[in-house]
Design a protein around this ligand. Sequence first.
Ligand code: SF4
Length: 128
Amino acid sequence: MSTTVTRQIVHIDEDLCNGCGTCVSPCAEGAIVMVDGKAKVVKEELCDGAGFCLGVCPTGALTLEYRETVPFDHDAAAPIIAEKKANYIAQHCFICGASEDDAPLLPVRKAGDSTWVCTRCLPQLIHG
Ligand code: SF4
């Protein structure tokens, strides 16, 4: 018998999902996979509900919901996180080109695109 808990977890609106796959990479735990051209949380125990995927979705298909599901499985996620870290391609700030190895990056929406901005360039993005 499996235990369930009430917690925060990612919800994907299939009608809004265009299958771009952009949300797969930000998910460190590998919870989001593409199935038949749509993003899906196939193993809910791998979704920690942190929501790092939300900011990169160009269509607003990703939201967080609070509902009953299986607990987050740290032990199952750990080897996936380690593998993704080993093969990770660092993202870059669209303004200065800084790598996320140089400065923290934040996802932003700009002129219909999803992109990244570093914390050093964020003030000029806000204030012009
Ligand atoms: S980023 Fe959004 S539109 Fe693209 S695959 Fe993920 S849920 Fe679908």
